[in-house]
Every structure is written in structure tokens, then in C-alpha cells.
Design a protein around this ligand. Structure first.
Ligand code: ADP
Ligand code: MG
Length: 240
């Protein structure tokens, strides 16, 4: 689905990614863990071309992606969900979900509305079409954000700490939606500290530290029997 070959990335003089090699197969679910500042978000943002890379290459479905010509095309195929939901406050849930298909994909309002209602229903928001974001809980807003991404019919979904900004009692409903999506066969890359989700859903877990991929393996191996000391230290810290 997507392959990153030897990606390096700096912000000014500060190099934040070093020789990142990563591939995600179709239908694969990959969880990325690691300390704050280790480069997890930057990797996702590079995959979605929200950041320019210094060197290396990105292949999407076997084709080399070069920044300028590919942004629009790639963004339609790669959905991204952030920690903060970034909904349009003056649009209802339904309008938020319809916006991309109508304005970016130029689909008819009628079809977009029908599809948006189906997707909102599938994330458990069948009763909330006409609610504005400020009338929805954080968990509901995040589910609208996921629905909005899905409305563009992406082939790969990137999640950057999608539950980190939520009150603990709202985390479960968002994880449930993500697990459903995983079961339907979506290719997913998820940055999260939810180890239960990683154990249950991930085909692979990647541990990043200081801009490098330190470990990449099956969840049992990385989470229970990590090879690297830094992985052990990190896991001890978050489980403690
Ligand atoms: P993580 O998501 O693992 O917490 P990030 O990818 O956000 O890490 O950040 C990795 C490093 O890149 C950090 O040192 C961060 O300060 C730096 N960084 C991220 N975004 C920018 C930016 N837009 N400008 C400058 N430095 C940035
Ligand atoms: Mg981050």
C-alpha cells in the first residue's frame, strides 16, 4: 500500500527522522509507539505529504510520490485523523461529513448526503446528523472526524493519537469504531498509547525513539519480549 524508503527529515538544523524504512501492506494494521518527540507524528505527516521530506522516497501502491504533483491525489486516498478533531464548528455533523465529497470530489449533494448518513450511522451517530460539534461530546466529535475521513473513501487511514485528548470514559467508543474499521479490512497506521488496542488489532508494532525505528515486529514480540533496552524502558514507563 505504502512504502517509505530511507526517509530523512529535518526542521531547520534539527534532524527529526533518520533513515526511516517502513512498508504497510494492503489491509495491514500497524501501531506506532514511542516517547513524545520521537518523530511519530512527523512520520504520519510525511506519509500524507503534510511535510516535505529532505530525501528518500515514498511509494504509494508502487508509484513514486513526488510532492507537488501528488498532494491532491494522495490526500484523497489517505485519510488522517488527529488528536484534535478539527471539525468545522459552523457545520452540523452531516455537513462536516459531506463537505469533502461535495467540494473536493464534486459528488452530487444527494449522493453525498445519503452516503454521509450511512457512514455516520456506522460510527454510531445515526441520531446526531443535525448536531453542531459543540453539542457533541469529545468522543462523538472524534467519531464525526473519522466519518468525515471515511467519506472520502480512503484506502489507507492514519490516526495520530486519536484518543489522547479524550476523557477516559470516551476512549472506548472511539476505539470500538477503529476496531470495526480494522475488521472491515482497512489499512491503518495508528499512533497510540492504548496498548490493549495494539495487542488486539495490530499486525505489527513499531517502536520509535529519537527519530529512528528501533523495533518493528509482531505485537507479542515488541510488547512482551522487546529486543531493545530502550523499548523495555519505554514500556515499563507507560505500563507503570
Ligand atoms: P511525536 O509525535 O513522536 O511526539 P513529532 O513528530 O511531533 O514527535 O516531533 C519530532 C520532533 O520534531 C520534535 O523534536 C519536534 O519538536 C520537532 N518538530 C515537529 N514538528 C515541527 C515543526 N513544524 N517545526 C519544528 N520542529 C518540529
Ligand atoms: Mg505526535
Amino acid at each position: 500500500m505504502i512504502r517509505l524508503n530511507n526517509i530523512n527529515k529535518s526542521f531547520g538544523k534539527n534532524q527529526v527522522l533518520f533513515d526511516i524504512n517502513l512498508q504497510i501492506a494492503q489491509g495491514e494494521k500497524v501501531v506506532i509507539i514511542g516517547p513524545s518527540g520521537s518523530g511519530k507524528s512527523t512520520v504520519l505527516r510525511c506519509m500524507n505529504l503534510l511535510e516535505d521530506i529532505d530525501n528518500g522516497e515514498i511509494l504509494f501502491k508502487g508509484e513514486k510520490v513526488t510532492h507537488k504533483q501528488s498532494v491532491k491525489q494522495l490526500r484523497q486516498q489517505v485519510g488522517m485523523v488527529f488528536q484534535r478533531f478539527n471539525l468545522f464548528p459552523h457545520f452540523t455533523a452531516l455537513q462536516n461529513v459531506m463537505e469533502g465529497p461535495v467540494w473536493v470530489k464534486k459528488q452530487s449533494k444527494k449522493d453525498s448526503e445519503k452516503r454521509a448518513k450511512e457512514i455516520l450511522t456506522s460510527v454510531g451517530l445515526g441520531e446526531k446528523f443535525d448536531f453542531y460539534p459543540n453539542k457533541l461530546s469529545g468522543g462523538q466529535q472524534q467519531r464525526v472526524a473519522i466519518a468525515r475521513s471515511l467519506a472520502m473513501q480512503p484506502e489507507l487511514m492514519l490516526f495520530d493519537e486519536p484518543t489522547s485528548a479524550l476523557d477516559p470514559e470516551l476512549v472506548g467508543e472511539v476505539l470500538t469504531v477503529m476496531k470495526d474499521l480494522a475488521k472491515k479490512g482497512m489499512s491503518m497506521v495508528v499512533v497510540t498509547h492504548e496498548m490493549g488496542f495494539a495487542r488486539e488489532v495490530a499486525d505489527r508494532v513499531i517502536f520509535m525513539d529519537q527519530g529512528r525505528i528501533i523495533e518493528d515486529g509482531k505485537p507479542e514480540q515488541v510488547l512482551q519480549n522487546p529486543h531493545n533496552e530502550r523499548t523495555k524502558t519505554f514500556l515499563n514507563r507507560i505500563i507503570a
